[in-house]
Design a binder for this molecule. Sequence first.
Ligand SMILES: [Zn+2]
Length: 472
Amino acid sequence: MSHAGRIERSFTGQAAAFEDSRHNRVFAADAGWLFDRLPRDPDDLVLDVAAGTGHAARTLAPSVRAVVALDATAAMLEQGHNAAQQESHGNIIFVRGDARALPFPDRSFDIVVSRFALHHLEDPAIVLQEMRRCVRPGGRLAVADLLADRQPGTARAQNELERLRDPSHTRSGGPSTPGSPRRKPPHPSRLGSGHGSPRNSMAGPPPAFSPASTTAGSGSYKRSGRMSRTPSTSAVTIERITDWLYCLRTPVVAVYAIQQTSGFILIDSGVVGDEHAYLTALAELASCAPPDVRLTEILLTHGHDDHTGSAAALARLTGARVRGPALDADVIEGTAARADPQLLDWEIPLFERFGHVAPAPPVKLDGRVKDGDLLGWERPARAVAAPGHTPGNIAVFMPEARVLIAGDAIATMTGEPALGVFNVDPEQAKNSFRRLAGLDASILCVGHGPAITADAQARLARAANLSPPPGL
Ligand SMILES: [Zn+2]
């Protein structure tokens, strides 16, 4: 079994009793002492990494603006979501995700914490580097974890005991344990030395509390799949969904590439300045050089800057035609202002932090798409109006392939479909969600969150009772 599999299995089994002090004394007992030593401000936005049931998130929530609790195990998130509701926390968002590739922009949180999680990870240095990337300059990064004894023999026995208790334990912090190769901690003089890219050289904040607090170290880590030779601003990772459908993901947004015999179709185009990152990714898929990539069409799902940003540059570089929803066309072409979302209370701090990306350059549309239009691709596809997130938001439905690409009408940040956030018309968005849940889709692709690769319709239907997103 893979380590990720061991973690999922172990924590799915532990979720219900995780915070019961009879089973997990050390976890539940010391929280007050630790958090008393973490300075915080009522305006702070906090990220809790490998949050489990959100114990740290729920402890911190009353004293800060909002907390994002990220974990890889759905059962833990669900347990945390239920506990947060019982405790009436209205400002925690539970997000399913990988601590080694945090789905957030650089410097986006005031405080980043992780508590009793690193000893489960195969490479804690990568997670620390990600945590450091996501904390703003002058913010606080706090880590509490197990420390092994300095004596190698004692440390080995401690680690073996931990592993008996929980097979997903890798090793406790402290000096290297024989037989468990461990990345050397960086020399303090290298911290923030400017080594590597700007992403990696941000000066780290001082450690905020003991006993096992630390800041992340060297700038040598490169995110997997990072296109480091291109002048792009974002790291693009390629995820294969089918043998002709790929997700090109940056920390901000997911773009989808459909491979046809005549070339690629891109659905959405990410933020401004990422054109070379996308071309490099497509070149890798086509086994050619970036200038030789055949991109025939860019279809925009809606007029938001994180979806339309690189469309103009990509069209210029490749000659691709650009189509978009008729009802968002004026915004995309730059002749009308974008409508403001009707923010719900809990969305306000998130919108302030994540709702703004660099403005997208206007792009002239070669075609305006309406509800029911057949898209004329090699595999049958039609546009489905899904307004509410924006007035024009369209989804793409491919009935033979049973693929639904929903733009921002649906989000999957917890790993399950939910209503997207920052909607211009929340009621209309709910109706669109129900409409999309009626399509016979097996695969669901969205702008924000992982792709759902099986049973999409059943999972959409379950979510279509439209309970609010977890944590609310
Ligand atoms: Zn959007």
